[in-house]
Design a protein around this ligand. Sequence first.
Ligand SMILES: Cc1cc2nc3c(=O)[nH]c(=O)nc-3n(C[C@H](O)[C@H](O)[C@H](O)COP(=O)(O)OP(=O)(O)OC[C@H]3O[C@@H](n4cnc5c(N)ncnc54)[C@H](O)[C@@H]3O)c2cc1C
Length: 435
Amino acid sequence: MAWDFETDPEFQAKLDWMQSFVDEKVEPLGYLGIHPYDVKNERRNALVQPLQDEVKRQGLWACHLGPELGGQGYGQVKLGLMNEIIGGASFAPIVFGCQAPDTGNAEIIAHYGTPEQKEQYLQPLLDNRIVSAFSMTEPQGGSDPTAFVTRAEQDGNHWKINGEKWFSTNGKWAEFLIVMAVTDPDAPRHERMSMFIVPIDTPGVEIVRNVGVYGQPDGSESYVRYTDVRVPADHLLGERGGAFAISQTRLGGGRVHHAMRTVGNCKKLLDKMSRRAVSRTTRTGTLADYQGVQFDIADSYIELEQFKLFVLKTAWTIDKYQDYRRVRKDIAAIKALMPTVYANIAKRCIHIHGSLGVSNEMPFVGGLIGAMVMGIADGPTEVHKVTVAKQHLKQYRDVKDPVFPDYSLLNRRALALELYPDPIGDIQDAAEAVA
Ligand SMILES: Cc1cc2nc3c(=O)[nH]c(=O)nc-3n(C[C@H](O)[C@H](O)[C@H](O)COP(=O)(O)OP(=O)(O)OC[C@H]3O[C@@H](n4cnc5c(N)ncnc54)[C@H](O)[C@@H]3O)c2cc1C
């Protein structure tokens, strides 16, 4: 019997250190007008690198990775607890070496890359000397990969890529992009595309513009055009036709990490709404004295605890099976749940702060947008719900010749009487009893 909701004291001490380090040193970086991913900005580097060194000294660097790649091999549960803290500050993922999309990109290069690819791209990425982008979504289709048309064709000992990609996050700072392109249009649906490592300075790579998510001061979602972009054959990542399978590995981890960081964001919002509720006075007391406000606090706490436990249980299952595909249903479920919990808590936080809550002096409306983003990025909620339903129904569909069982009360009672006959006849007739 091994259900345990406690953090061991040794790791709790690390989490306590993290919390004060993030609050005191890391969170303030988010207000200086520099971007965490702008690795060519000397001011950014002068501020960030000493903090990264401190994290390394504490043995907390790149905790999503195993020791063979310079991480700690802590597994997903510990990472989940860490991400709750990391999720509350915009610079924290970079300072702790576990920022998306580099985490996912590093994971797939580590998993599928050749020794040369690892040397050239993985190590600098793990050291945060460079950052990367993942270029999958296209202007005419994101949720449905069968709509992707970006092509890669063999051209001597090179691949030639043509097409357009949309929302390649951090393209403007990236040293390379991992591009998904159709190499085998006539192959089965999941084997049509391959992945390529494309250095940003390859001729033909053009950033058409950098789009911002609403409310962000600058855009970091790159709209990228690829025109006759030639990369050597050895820049194919993994097997030809393997992009779909590789991307599922990548996105599986990414979705869980988003959920973990969202727990952190929601905790901060609940903390702020609670402080406001007990300190804002009204005619008859404080906001916290009103039952309507208490409901807001209670609902937020209940939803957050449910979500957090579901995220940690999913993390625990990944640690157990070491296979994202086996945990597909729960990963999709927490991904689908995340935007609702986040939006509900952000909305209540805005409500309790009144005019201040909707103002641009508070980050709460950003929380609402963040919730919407969590319902779109890495696949929209609807698609994840379809996955949950399909996975859940699998066990029912897999039964040979499924039939609709008669589980009417009438029939249950008749069956019960077959199992436990009524020798003296004092139990009512099944039909009468149900009626
Ligand atoms: C902040 C942010 C960062 C991102 N970063 C990256 C990145 O780094 N790399 C990358 O490649 N992509 C990235 N994306 C893109 C993301 O993966 C896509 O936006 C997502 O897959 C949805 O595709 P779409 O925007 O084209 O929406 P569409 O496919 O046009 O869908 C529009 C809407 O239709 C609805 N919908 C879709 N399918 C169904 C369905 N089956 N049933 C019911 N409704 C449905 C959904 O609500 C969806 O939001 C990012 C997106 C955001 C918002």
